[in-house]
Design a protein. Structure first.
Length: 308
Protein backbone atom coordinates (compact mmCIF):
# COMPACT_ATOMS: atom_id res chain seq x y z
CA UNK A 1 0.00 0.00 0.00
CA UNK A 2 1.32 3.45 -0.94
CA UNK A 3 1.80 5.73 2.08
CA UNK A 4 -0.50 8.77 2.05
CA UNK A 5 0.22 12.10 3.73
CA UNK A 6 -1.80 15.24 4.30
CA UNK A 7 0.69 18.09 4.12
CA UNK A 8 -1.44 20.45 2.05
CA UNK A 9 -5.00 20.76 0.86
CA UNK A 10 -3.54 20.20 -2.60
CA UNK A 11 -2.74 16.62 -1.53
CA UNK A 12 -6.48 15.96 -1.73
CA UNK A 13 -8.69 15.66 -4.80
CA UNK A 14 -12.21 17.06 -4.90
CA UNK A 15 -13.48 13.50 -4.52
CA UNK A 16 -11.34 12.93 -1.42
CA UNK A 17 -12.39 16.24 0.15
CA UNK A 18 -16.02 15.33 -0.44
CA UNK A 19 -15.49 11.89 1.13
CA UNK A 20 -13.73 13.40 4.16
CA UNK A 21 -16.51 15.93 4.74
CA UNK A 22 -19.21 13.31 4.34
CA UNK A 23 -17.40 11.02 6.77
CA UNK A 24 -16.93 13.84 9.29
CA UNK A 25 -20.65 14.66 9.14
CA UNK A 26 -21.51 10.97 9.57
CA UNK A 27 -19.22 10.67 12.61
CA UNK A 28 -20.73 13.78 14.14
CA UNK A 29 -24.20 12.33 13.68
CA UNK A 30 -23.30 9.04 15.38
CA UNK A 31 -21.01 10.40 18.11
CA UNK A 32 -19.93 6.99 19.34
CA UNK A 33 -16.44 5.52 19.93
CA UNK A 34 -15.05 2.99 17.47
CA UNK A 35 -12.30 0.41 17.95
CA UNK A 36 -10.79 0.48 14.46
CA UNK A 37 -7.34 1.63 15.68
CA UNK A 38 -6.94 -0.73 18.63
CA UNK A 39 -3.22 -1.26 19.14
CA UNK A 40 -2.23 1.69 16.93
CA UNK A 41 -0.43 4.82 18.09
CA UNK A 42 -0.47 8.40 16.77
CA UNK A 43 2.41 10.73 17.58
CA UNK A 44 1.59 14.41 18.13
CA UNK A 45 4.79 16.35 17.48
CA UNK A 46 4.36 19.94 18.67
CA UNK A 47 6.82 22.75 17.90
CA UNK A 48 4.13 25.40 18.50
CA UNK A 49 1.57 25.88 21.30
CA UNK A 50 -1.75 24.20 20.57
CA UNK A 51 -5.21 23.76 22.04
CA UNK A 52 -7.71 22.71 19.37
CA UNK A 53 -5.30 20.80 17.10
CA UNK A 54 -3.61 18.95 19.97
CA UNK A 55 -6.78 18.04 21.86
CA UNK A 56 -8.93 17.21 18.83
CA UNK A 57 -6.32 14.83 17.38
CA UNK A 58 -5.72 13.19 20.76
CA UNK A 59 -9.43 12.70 21.42
CA UNK A 60 -10.05 11.58 17.83
CA UNK A 61 -7.37 8.88 18.07
CA UNK A 62 -8.63 7.74 21.48
CA UNK A 63 -12.26 7.59 20.33
CA UNK A 64 -11.16 5.51 17.34
CA UNK A 65 -9.59 3.01 19.72
CA UNK A 66 -5.96 4.08 19.35
CA UNK A 67 -3.44 5.79 21.59
CA UNK A 68 -2.10 9.35 21.15
CA UNK A 69 1.44 10.14 22.33
CA UNK A 70 2.52 13.75 22.90
CA UNK A 71 5.99 14.66 21.61
CA UNK A 72 7.49 18.00 22.66
CA UNK A 73 10.46 18.88 20.44
CA UNK A 74 12.20 20.66 23.33
CA UNK A 75 12.35 17.36 25.22
CA UNK A 76 13.51 15.30 22.24
CA UNK A 77 16.96 14.85 20.76
CA UNK A 78 15.98 17.18 17.91
CA UNK A 79 16.64 20.01 20.40
CA UNK A 80 20.27 18.77 20.61
CA UNK A 81 20.78 18.59 16.88
CA UNK A 82 19.48 15.19 15.78
CA UNK A 83 18.48 15.43 12.12
CA UNK A 84 14.89 15.35 10.91
CA UNK A 85 15.85 12.36 8.75
CA UNK A 86 17.03 10.28 11.70
CA UNK A 87 14.12 11.34 13.90
CA UNK A 88 11.60 10.49 11.20
CA UNK A 89 13.14 7.07 10.60
CA UNK A 90 13.08 6.22 14.31
CA UNK A 91 9.52 7.46 14.91
CA UNK A 92 8.35 5.45 11.91
CA UNK A 93 9.41 2.29 13.74
CA UNK A 94 7.41 3.19 16.85
CA UNK A 95 4.28 4.89 15.54
CA UNK A 96 1.49 4.27 13.04
CA UNK A 97 1.00 7.93 12.18
CA UNK A 98 2.48 11.33 12.97
CA UNK A 99 0.77 14.72 13.26
CA UNK A 100 3.22 17.61 13.18
CA UNK A 101 2.59 21.22 14.22
CA UNK A 102 5.63 23.12 12.99
CA UNK A 103 6.97 26.50 11.98
CA UNK A 104 8.68 25.69 8.68
CA UNK A 105 6.64 23.84 6.07
CA UNK A 106 9.92 22.52 4.65
CA UNK A 107 10.57 20.68 7.93
CA UNK A 108 7.19 18.98 7.62
CA UNK A 109 8.00 17.94 4.06
CA UNK A 110 11.35 16.56 5.18
CA UNK A 111 9.67 14.49 7.90
CA UNK A 112 7.26 13.12 5.31
CA UNK A 113 10.11 12.31 2.93
CA UNK A 114 11.88 10.07 5.43
CA UNK A 115 8.84 8.70 7.30
CA UNK A 116 7.36 5.37 6.34
CA UNK A 117 4.13 6.25 8.19
CA UNK A 118 1.47 8.84 7.24
CA UNK A 119 2.35 12.41 8.19
CA UNK A 120 -0.36 15.01 8.86
CA UNK A 121 0.02 18.77 8.82
CA UNK A 122 -1.35 20.10 12.12
CA UNK A 123 -0.27 23.62 11.06
CA UNK A 124 2.80 25.18 9.53
CA UNK A 125 3.58 28.77 8.59
CA UNK A 126 2.34 27.94 5.07
CA UNK A 127 -0.85 25.91 5.55
CA UNK A 128 -3.47 24.63 7.99
CA UNK A 129 -5.38 21.99 5.98
CA UNK A 130 -7.30 20.23 8.78
CA UNK A 131 -8.62 23.58 10.02
CA UNK A 132 -9.95 24.46 6.59
CA UNK A 133 -11.74 21.12 6.22
CA UNK A 134 -13.55 21.85 9.49
CA UNK A 135 -14.37 25.35 8.23
CA UNK A 136 -16.01 24.01 5.09
CA UNK A 137 -17.91 21.45 7.17
CA UNK A 138 -19.20 24.31 9.36
CA UNK A 139 -20.25 26.44 6.38
CA UNK A 140 -22.20 23.51 4.95
CA UNK A 141 -23.82 22.87 8.32
CA UNK A 142 -24.94 26.46 8.99
CA UNK A 143 -26.04 27.15 5.42
CA UNK A 144 -27.82 23.78 5.27
CA UNK A 145 -25.85 22.58 2.27
CA UNK A 146 -25.99 18.85 1.57
CA UNK A 147 -23.77 18.59 -1.51
CA UNK A 148 -20.43 20.25 -2.14
CA UNK A 149 -21.48 21.53 -5.55
CA UNK A 150 -23.96 23.91 -3.86
CA UNK A 151 -21.15 25.61 -1.94
CA UNK A 152 -20.39 27.71 -5.03
CA UNK A 153 -23.52 29.75 -4.21
CA UNK A 154 -22.02 30.90 -0.89
CA UNK A 155 -19.83 34.01 -0.93
CA UNK A 156 -16.94 33.44 1.50
CA UNK A 157 -14.94 36.45 2.63
CA UNK A 158 -11.72 36.20 4.60
CA UNK A 159 -10.44 39.45 6.08
CA UNK A 160 -7.14 40.04 7.84
CA UNK A 161 -3.70 38.50 7.59
CA UNK A 162 -2.98 36.44 4.47
CA UNK A 163 -1.54 33.67 6.59
CA UNK A 164 -1.55 29.86 6.59
CA UNK A 165 -5.32 29.74 7.13
CA UNK A 166 -5.95 32.08 4.20
CA UNK A 167 -3.58 30.02 2.04
CA UNK A 168 -5.45 26.78 2.77
CA UNK A 169 -8.78 28.52 2.25
CA UNK A 170 -7.56 29.63 -1.19
CA UNK A 171 -6.46 26.09 -1.97
CA UNK A 172 -9.73 24.39 -1.03
CA UNK A 173 -11.77 27.08 -2.79
CA UNK A 174 -9.76 26.59 -5.96
CA UNK A 175 -10.17 22.80 -5.87
CA UNK A 176 -13.90 22.84 -5.07
CA UNK A 177 -14.81 25.77 -7.34
CA UNK A 178 -15.91 28.13 -4.56
CA UNK A 179 -16.54 31.88 -4.41
CA UNK A 180 -13.79 33.32 -2.19
CA UNK A 181 -12.60 36.86 -1.52
CA UNK A 182 -9.47 37.45 0.57
CA UNK A 183 -9.12 41.01 1.89
CA UNK A 184 -5.82 42.14 3.41
CA UNK A 185 -3.73 45.31 3.66
CA UNK A 186 -1.65 45.86 0.54
CA UNK A 187 1.54 45.09 2.50
CA UNK A 188 0.17 41.69 3.54
CA UNK A 189 -1.64 40.50 0.42
CA UNK A 190 -1.39 36.84 -0.57
CA UNK A 191 2.02 35.88 -1.92
CA UNK A 192 2.13 35.66 -5.71
CA UNK A 193 3.18 32.01 -5.81
CA UNK A 194 0.32 31.04 -3.47
CA UNK A 195 -2.24 32.99 -5.48
CA UNK A 196 -0.96 31.76 -8.85
CA UNK A 197 -1.24 28.13 -7.75
CA UNK A 198 -4.83 28.69 -6.62
CA UNK A 199 -5.70 30.49 -9.86
CA UNK A 200 -4.24 27.63 -11.88
CA UNK A 201 -6.62 25.19 -10.19
CA UNK A 202 -9.48 27.69 -10.38
CA UNK A 203 -9.18 27.89 -14.15
CA UNK A 204 -10.46 24.32 -14.43
CA UNK A 205 -13.03 24.43 -11.60
CA UNK A 206 -14.53 27.88 -12.33
CA UNK A 207 -13.75 29.02 -8.80
CA UNK A 208 -14.20 32.75 -8.24
CA UNK A 209 -11.02 33.92 -6.51
CA UNK A 210 -10.61 37.57 -5.59
CA UNK A 211 -7.66 38.95 -3.60
CA UNK A 212 -7.88 42.62 -2.73
CA UNK A 213 -7.11 45.30 -0.13
CA UNK A 214 -10.55 46.89 -0.59
CA UNK A 215 -12.74 46.14 2.45
CA UNK A 216 -15.87 47.01 0.47
CA UNK A 217 -15.38 43.65 -1.32
CA UNK A 218 -17.05 42.11 1.75
CA UNK A 219 -20.41 43.28 0.35
CA UNK A 220 -23.05 40.52 0.37
CA UNK A 221 -20.78 38.04 2.16
CA UNK A 222 -22.49 34.86 3.37
CA UNK A 223 -19.45 33.97 5.48
CA UNK A 224 -17.00 36.38 7.09
CA UNK A 225 -13.88 34.68 8.38
CA UNK A 226 -10.92 36.11 10.25
CA UNK A 227 -7.85 35.06 12.22
CA UNK A 228 -5.39 36.77 14.54
CA UNK A 229 -3.39 39.58 12.96
CA UNK A 230 -0.11 38.34 14.40
CA UNK A 231 0.54 34.62 13.98
CA UNK A 232 3.07 32.65 16.02
CA UNK A 233 6.59 33.57 14.97
CA UNK A 234 5.70 37.11 13.85
CA UNK A 235 5.43 38.76 17.27
CA UNK A 236 8.07 41.38 16.38
CA UNK A 237 5.60 42.86 13.85
CA UNK A 238 2.70 43.09 16.29
CA UNK A 239 2.49 46.88 16.75
CA UNK A 240 2.93 47.60 13.05
CA UNK A 241 0.26 45.04 12.18
CA UNK A 242 -2.24 46.55 14.65
CA UNK A 243 -2.22 49.84 12.76
CA UNK A 244 -2.30 48.34 9.28
CA UNK A 245 -5.03 45.81 10.01
CA UNK A 246 -7.38 48.09 11.99
CA UNK A 247 -9.63 48.82 8.94
CA UNK A 248 -10.05 45.06 8.42
CA UNK A 249 -11.52 44.30 11.82
CA UNK A 250 -14.65 42.14 11.95
CA UNK A 251 -17.15 44.43 13.67
CA UNK A 252 -20.77 45.54 13.42
CA UNK A 253 -19.91 48.05 10.68
CA UNK A 254 -18.42 45.30 8.50
CA UNK A 255 -21.35 42.97 9.17
CA UNK A 256 -23.71 45.59 7.75
CA UNK A 257 -22.10 44.99 4.36
CA UNK A 258 -22.81 41.25 4.58
CA UNK A 259 -25.90 39.32 3.53
CA UNK A 260 -28.71 38.73 6.01
CA UNK A 261 -27.75 35.06 6.28
CA UNK A 262 -24.06 35.73 7.01
CA UNK A 263 -22.21 33.70 9.63
CA UNK A 264 -18.87 34.60 11.23
CA UNK A 265 -15.98 32.16 11.56
CA UNK A 266 -12.72 32.37 13.49
CA UNK A 267 -10.22 29.51 13.74
CA UNK A 268 -9.26 30.61 17.29
CA UNK A 269 -7.64 31.64 19.52
CA UNK A 270 -8.99 35.17 19.11
CA UNK A 271 -7.67 38.47 20.37
CA UNK A 272 -10.95 40.15 21.24
CA UNK A 273 -10.86 43.82 20.36
CA UNK A 274 -8.28 43.37 17.61
CA UNK A 275 -9.27 41.24 14.60
CA UNK A 276 -12.81 40.80 15.98
CA UNK A 277 -14.83 42.82 18.48
CA UNK A 278 -16.18 41.16 21.61
CA UNK A 279 -19.80 41.86 20.69
CA UNK A 280 -19.44 40.12 17.31
CA UNK A 281 -17.50 37.26 18.87
CA UNK A 282 -20.32 36.74 21.36
CA UNK A 283 -23.11 37.21 18.84
CA UNK A 284 -21.68 34.55 16.52
CA UNK A 285 -20.28 32.22 19.17
CA UNK A 286 -22.47 29.37 17.92
CA UNK A 287 -20.84 29.23 14.48
CA UNK A 288 -17.35 29.96 15.85
CA UNK A 289 -17.39 27.30 18.57
CA UNK A 290 -19.15 24.77 16.35
CA UNK A 291 -16.28 25.38 13.92
CA UNK A 292 -13.88 24.46 16.74
CA UNK A 293 -15.95 21.38 17.65
CA UNK A 294 -15.94 20.21 14.04
CA UNK A 295 -12.17 19.89 14.20
CA UNK A 296 -12.74 16.65 16.16
CA UNK A 297 -14.88 15.00 13.48
CA UNK A 298 -12.59 16.14 10.67
CA UNK A 299 -9.55 14.76 12.50
CA UNK A 300 -11.34 11.42 12.86
CA UNK A 301 -12.14 11.39 9.14
CA UNK A 302 -8.54 12.28 8.26
CA UNK A 303 -7.14 9.53 10.50
CA UNK A 304 -9.51 6.97 9.01
CA UNK A 305 -8.50 8.11 5.50
CA UNK A 306 -4.76 7.87 6.14
CA UNK A 307 -4.28 5.15 8.76
CA UNK A 308 -6.99 2.56 8.21
Amino acid sequence: MVKKNLLSIYDLSKKEIKALLNKAAELKGKRKPLSVFKGKTLGLLLEKPSTRTMVSFAVAMAQLGGTPIFLNTEKMQRSRGESIRDTAMVLSRYLDGLMIRAFKHSNLEEFAKYSTIPVINGLTDDEHPCQILADIMTIMEFHRIKIIESLKNVKIVYTGDSNNVANSLLAISAILGLNLTVISPREYLTKKEVLNKALKYASSTNAKINVTSDISAAKDADVIYTDVWTSMGFESEQERRKNLFAPYQVNSKLLKKASSRCIVLHCLPSVRGEEITTDIMDKYENSIFTEAENRLYVQKAVLLHLLK
